[in-house]
Design a protein around this ligand. Sequence first.
Ligand code: SF4
Length: 218
Amino acid sequence: MKIGINKAHFPVTVLGPGRRIGIWLQGCSIRCKGCVSQDTWERDPGREMSVAQLMSWCRRVAGTDFFGVTISGGEPFDQPKALGALLDALDQWRESAGLDFDILCYSGYPLATLEKRHSRLLQKLDALIPEPYVDALPLTHRWRGSANQSLVTLSGRGRARYAGFVDAPADASTKCLQTMVDGDRVWYVGIPGRGDMPALEAACAERGVRFDDVSWRS
Ligand code: SF4
């Protein structure tokens, strides 16, 4: 089974609890105004890989020393078959290796839509952050970009790990971005505040560092 991937990274520490494998899927049909990940919007066959290849990368980079997997995008539920294959492969790994990692997934679809169209996929997740990003609403809660987005627990493991975070506010200690450098590309991972990315761009320009292309502007 092929899956369209924008990027994958380990460890991610700003999108869910603990050290996590981060997987960003390529392609998003929702296209929220103000999205900072516009590089994930277009479907791109050149970014496809097999789920088996992705799993082998996960095993190689994370070993057994990690707490969870975060799947984001792009829109993971725009690739429902591939997402299902990935979730099955992760669950099989968890069972066969005796691991206890959780799986958190982001989606820009409303919870009611996901429950109606993808209830079987939801059964494979421990926690979900649904609903589209709304630029006009403030960033109020940990790991969420706008106040309409909820944190939903979907399993016993999810309830044990995430119940204490459902109402957790975003504060200075949680508003963190990770930075990764890959050749001449720089990736920022996390939930930036309103205006943070243009402010970062301006601060870099003042120091003589210019970005040729950015994902927060089309
Ligand atoms: S915020 Fe998420 S759902 Fe919305 S356009 Fe960006 S990638 Fe798509």
